[in-house]
Write a protein that binds this ligand. Structure first.
Ligand code: OXD
Ligand code: MN
Length: 611
């Protein structure tokens, strides 16, 4: 049994509530040793992890890890939000009573860390001094050293964050126990994995995974699910799966901040880290703030809407990250950056790494190369063309490694938000950009965000898999209340942000993408800022304002006049089909505010009138 007192004393951990919490879980999980961690322990932890074979060297100051082969992604079916109030149940939050979940999780975790070290990871999901700091502190207990190293990159980690809390009892209790990964019955009726956020007790209990999305509890479980619940319960803020970037017009000196949500595989990280297209680089500069989470609030003094990224790092999908799609991401994982790669292909002889899309073709000489499972490429059966890297393989790096990280990314004040964008992924119907000036219509647009099914098995062709505000897997309270909370928070701002819906993915009949995408995606955003500044007026349509051809800055873009017409046109018939689908989608949410239904009816009527 661990000597908890001695470990906490030695680390100087004085917060009595944290001490009590560590005691409780050390006893319950049966961990052999307790170690309190700060970011400054990283180099030692890395040495230990390399010596233990948990990490492998991937170049100077770079690390490679593999997770268990059935443990490579977030598991939405095993993720639960529990509270003591049945009316907290929504459509997506997979609500269960906490009276059922807590004993179940305690049962699974009892004795499950025997023989292991329990690391105590005090963290802050906010720049220190943030007005939302009271919601940002947490202490993750984990029995995995690689999880600790990921946490050090993804959150601000250190003992001072919890010793010096204004309210010493106000921190998220986040317990992670890996479990016996090979015997958890993944995907069977006896599946033993449970990822539970006990939201009204600010307690997170995750059992049965060591993969990032399930195990780095500061990020999704706290940073999104718990924070969304806290934001609603306190009435103070929103927590959304949003990227956040800044655009500076060097000519005028004006700076704009845009945040927004994109369903997965819709290019959110690439947009967040984008650079200005070459032709516009002399005039515009793009600052990176965050690629995955934004907390939004209205400042009590100036009444403006502010946003900040609560994270400290990037846990990015590696697949298709390359010089063309995301050069800044590549620069953030160079030797010396401390980046950790997970589940990509690895060469133990040369310490090189590779993933699909890093280069056009995989390394020609396959000597030494292993796929993400550790199987030798040279020993693959004839015709085996399965990916070398897992499609959800990742790189983990700190924000400060990103070359265009905003100079004020760590500022406690956050940044004023000029626009909120939603990015769908649809092969037709959705124009390049449509701006929405009305708050309820903007929120309605976010609630009807989605991506089209990528292959037949996932859904019906042309029909969206709705992903409201890109929060479907992270919703922690009912959708009707969620919409009302959005209307309340944004409605309190003295200057409403502009909303917009963007789509980079329209295709021609032969399947080609109509818009070049990537760095050129900055162009519609520049138009949006001009619209906000009253410099352009666009063309009003039933579903928002779209740019005229003349208004979009297309200097240096290769696009045919026909393709440009298509991405700046509203296909009324397809839109009316979509409206019928939205009727069904929105009807599933109880207590949806009347303003949202009104917006829906207004858009529907306008489309009918315009047909
Ligand atoms: C996610 C992530 O799963 O950000 O969305 O990792
Ligand atoms: Mn995400």
């Amino acid at each position: 049994m661990a000597d908890v007192e001695a470990a906490l004393d030695q680390a100087g951990l004085t917060n009595p509530h944290v001490r009590e919490y560590v005691h409780y879980w050390a006893d319950l999980t049966g961990a052999d040793r307790i170690e309190v961690v700060s970011a400054s322990d990283d180099a030692r932890l890395a040495e230990e992890a390399l010596a233990a074979g948990e990490l492998l060297p991937a170049g100077e100051g770079l690390y490679y890890s593999r997770s268990y082969h059935k443990d490579t992604a977030r598991s939405e079916e095993r993720t639960i939000v529990a509270t003591s109030n049945p009316s907290d149940a929504g459509v997506y939050n997979n609500w269960r009573p906490s009276s059922e979940m807590k004993p179940l999780l305690e049962g699974k975790m009892r004795g499950a860390s025997a023989g292991k070290t329990m690391y105590v990871v005090p963290y802050l999901m906010a720049p220190p001094g943030s007005p939302l700091e009271a919601f940002a502190a947490g202490v993750e207990l984990t029995d995995s050293r690689t999880v600790v190293m990921h946490m050090i990159r993804m959150a601000r980690v250190g003992i001072d964050y919890i010793n010096e809390l204004a309210d010493p009892n106000s921190f998220v209790r986040a317990v992670h126990v890996t479990g016996d990964l090979e015997n958890l019955g993944h995907g069977t009726p006896e599946d033993g994995r449970y990822f539970v956020t006990v939201a009204d007790e600010r307690t997170i209990l995750h059992f049965g995974s060591s993969y990032g999305g399930n195990a780095l509890l500061g990020k999704i479980a706290h940073g999104l699910r718990q924070a969304a619940y806290d934001g609603w319960a306190s009435g103070k803020f929103l927590s959304e799966q949003f990227m956040l970037l800044g655009i500076t017009d060097k000519e005028t000196g004006k700076k704009y901040h845009i945040c927004g949500g994109f369903p997965s595989a819709s290019g959110k990280t690439n947009l967040a880290m984008t650079l200005a297209p070459d032709a516009l680089g002399d005039r515009y500069y793009v600052d990176f703030y965050g690629d995955d989470i934004a907390w939004l609030w209205v400042d009590e003094n100036d009444g403006k809407l502010y946003g900040m990224n609560p994270e400290f790092g990037v846990f990015g999908v590696a697949k298709d990250t390359n010089e063309a799609t995301n050069p800044t991401a590549l620069d953030s994982i160079l030797p010396g950056s401390g980046a950790i790669f997970t589940n990509i292909a690895y060469n133990p002889d040369t310490h090189e790494v590779w993933w699909e899309g890093k280069t056009k073709n995989p390394p020609e000489d396959v000597t030494g190369w292993e796929d993400w499972k550790g199987d030798k490429i040279s020993e693959r059966a004839e015709g085996d063309d399965s990916p070398w890297a897992h499609p959800n393989s990742r790189f983990t790096t700190t924000l400060s490694n990103v070359p265009n990280v905003a100079p004020d990314f760590n500022s406690p004040a956050g940044v004023p938000i000029d626009a909120i964008i939603f990015g769908g992924r649809t092969r037709d119907r959705e124009p390049l950009i449509r701006a929405i000036t009305d708050l309820a219509e903007g929120v309605y647009d976010g609630l009807t965000l989605g991506a089209e099914a990528t292959f037949a098995a996932e859904g019906v062709d042309g029909q969206l898999r709705y992903d409201p505000m890109s929060m479907r897997p992270f919703m922690s309270y009912p959708e009707g209340a969620y919409a009302a909370h959005w209307l309340k928070i944004i409605g309190e701002a003295t200057e409403a942000p502009l909303f917009a819906h963007v789509n980079w993915f329209q295709r021609g009949e032969d399947g080609h993408f109509l818009w070049p995408g990537y760095r050129d995606n900055l162009r519609p955003l520049l138009w949006l800022m001009q619209l906000k500044a009253g410099e352009v007026s666009g063309r009003q349509t039933p579903v928002g304002i779209i740019p005229t051809k003349e208004e979009l800055n297309l200097e240096g873009v290769e696009i045919t006049p026909e393709d440009l017409d298509t991405i700046l046109t509203i296909d009324n018939a397809r839109w009316q089909q979509e409206i019928a689908n939205r009727d069904v989608h929105l009807s599933a949410f109880h207590d949806l505010p009347e303003e949202i239904w009104e917006a829906h009816r207004r858009v529907k009527a306008d489309l009918e009138a315009d047909a």
